[in-house]
Design a protein around this ligand. Structure first.
Ligand code: SAM
Ligand code: SF4
Length: 332
C-alpha cells in the first residue's frame, strides 16, 4: 500500500477521487441538463484504459476512495470490467458509484461481484408521472426494480440522492423517507446547485433549503443530529423512529463544507477539477496521451495540480450561471 499522500496548499489531505466515465446519460434531469444536450465526440473522451491508468496513479498517490460517476456510468460499455480492475488496485479501500439506477436491474449483481462496494442512486420522486417530468425520459418502475436488485445482490446502505425543488417534489420528502426505511437505505437531500445554464425553471425560484426539508421531516419524525461525517459536504442525522438509516443533507448554499474538503474530480475529458464550484483545473488527458506508459509524469502533474485547489466555493442563490459546466460534465 502506498504511503504517499496528496496535500493541497491549505494542508488538506486529498484521498478521495471522483472519476467520470461518460458525459452521456439515458435521462435528462431538469436540474442537470438542457433538453437538447450536445455530447462530446468519442476522440475527446478518455478510453477505459486511460481511466484505469488515472485510477492507478491516484491510488499510487494515496487515494483511498474512488467514486465512478458521469453522466450515467452504467451506460458506458465495459463498465463492469473497469470496476473489476479498479477494485483490485492494492491500497484502495472503497470503490463506489453514483447512478440513476436505470440499468441496475441487470447490472447490480455483476457489479457487486466485480468488487464495487457501495451505490448512490438518484431518486427525486415516487410518482411515475412526476418522475418522468423531472428526468424527462426516466421510468420509475425500472429504477425501483434496480434498487431492489441492488439490495438482493448484497449492497448495503445504498444511499438515495434526492435534489429537492420547491413546488416540484418538496411534498414527497416524507414519502421518500418512508421508502428508504422500508428498504433499509440511507437518504440524502441535496440543494440544487447552479451548474450549467438551464431554461426549464428558475433555480432561484425552485430553491428549497435543507432547513426547510428538516422542518418538513420534523412534522412526521424525530430528527437526531449526529456527529457522523464523511469529511464531505453531507451532514447526517438519524431518526428516532428508524435509527438504522442515515438522513443526510448537502447544503452548498446554507452550509459551507470547504474546510474539510478531501476530494477532487476528473471529467471524462481527463480534466482534473480541483473544486466543484470553481473552474480551476489541469489537463491530465494531455499528459496521458503525450507521455504514454510514463505514470511518473501523470503523478507529477497530479501532485503539481494540488497547488491550484482553491480554499472554497462561492455558490449563490440566483439565476446567474456561476459555473458553466453542467453537472453531467463535472461528474456529480
Ligand atoms: N447519473 C448519475 C445519477 O444521476 O446519480 C450520476 C451523475 S449525476 C450528475 C450525480 C448527482 O448529481 C445526482 O444525484 C444528481 O441528482 C446530482 N445533480 C445533478 N445536477 C445537479 C444540480 N444542478 N444541483 C444539485 N445536484 C445535482
Ligand atoms: Fe443523467 Fe444523473 Fe444528470 Fe440525471 S442527474 S441527467 S441521471 S447525469
Amino acid at each position: 500500500m502506498s504511503d504517499r499522500i496528496l496535500m493541497d496548499s491549505f494542508s488538506r489531505k486529498v484521498d478521495y477521487v471522483r472519476l467520470s466515465v461518460t458525459d452521456r446519460c439515458d435521462f435528462r434531469c431538469v436540474y442537470c441538463m438542457a433538453e437538447d444536450m450536445e455530447f462530446l465526440p468519442r476522440q475527446r473522451i478518455l478510453t477505459l484504459e486511460e481511466i484505469y491508468q488515472l485510477a492507478q496513479s491516484f491510488v499510487a498517490l494515496g487515494t483511498r476512495k474512488i467514486r465512478l460517476t458521469g453522466g450515467e456510468p452504467l451506460i458506458r460499455p465495459g463498465i463492469v470490467e473497469l470496476c473489476r480492475q479498479i477494485a483490485a488496485l492494492p491500497g484502495l479501500r472503497e470503490l463506489c458509484m453514483t447512478t440513476n439506477g436505470s440499468q441496475l436491474g441487470k447490472l447490480a449483481a455483476p457489479l457487486f461481484d466485480a468488487g464495487l462496494k457501495r451505490l448512490n442512486v438518484s431518486l427525486d420522486s415516487l410518482n411515475p408521472e412526476r418522475f418522468r417530468e423531472l428526468t424527462r425520459t426516466g421510468d420509475l418502475a425500472k429504477v425501483i426494480a434496480g434498487i431492489d436488485a441492488a439490495n438482493a445482490a448484497g449492497f448495503h446502505h445504498t444511499k438515495l440522492n434526492c435534489v429537492v425543488m420547491k413546488g416540484r417534489n418538496d411534498h414527497e420528502i416524507n414519502d421518500l423517507i418512508r421508502f428508504a426505511i422500508d428498504r433499509q437505505l440511507d437518504i440524502t437531500f441535496i440543494e440544487e446547485m447552479p451548474l450549467g445554464a438551464i431554461s426549464e425553471h428558475s433555480r432561484a425560484e425552485s430553491f428549497f433549503s435543507s432547513d426547510q426539508v428538516r422542518d418538513l421531516i420534523a412534522e412526521r419524525y424525530t430528527l437526531i443530529d449526529s456527529a457522523e461525517s464523511t469529511q464531505g459536504p453531507s451532514r447526517y442525522w438519524r431518526l428516532a423512529e428508524a435509527p438504522e438509516i442515515r438522513v443526510g443533507f448537502i447544503s452548498p448554499h446554507s452550509h459551507n463544507f470547504c474546510a474539510t474538503c478531501n476530494r477532487v474530480r476528473v471529467t471524462v475529458e481527463g480534466r482534473l477539477l480541483l473544486c466543484l464550484g470553481n473552474e480551476h483545473s489541469a489537463d491530465l488527458k494531455a499528459i496521458l496521451r503525450g507521455h504514454p506508459g510514463q505514470p511518473h509524469k501523470l503523478e507529477k502533474a497530479i501532485i503539481d495540480a494540488m497547488r491550484l485547489k482553491p480554499y472554497r466555493h462561492n455558490f449563490e442563490i440566483n439565476d446567474d450561471v456561476q459555473v458553466v459546466r453542467f453537472m453531467n460534465m463535472t461528474g456529480g
